[in-house]
Design a protein. Structure first.
Length: 56
């Protein structure tokens, strides 16, 4: 499940290591979570740097 690389939600481009990304997500109800990568993949939408220019 978490072995696949995250992809941009707009252009479907694979997000590479150390690449700057933007993540759209709702503010969490819970306090104190430790698995940040799992939380972001489950709750967020990744946006690559190229596509993020469309939202600024």
């Amino acid at each position: 499940m978490f072995n696949e690389k995250p992809k941009c939600s707009n252009c479907n481009k694979e997000i590479k290591n150390e690449e700057e990304v933007y993540i759209k997500l709702k503010w969490p109800k819970r306090r104190g979570f430790t698995e940040i990568k799992a939380f972001l993949r489950n709750e967020g939408s990744f946006i690559c740097e190229e596509c993020s220019g469309r939202f600024r």
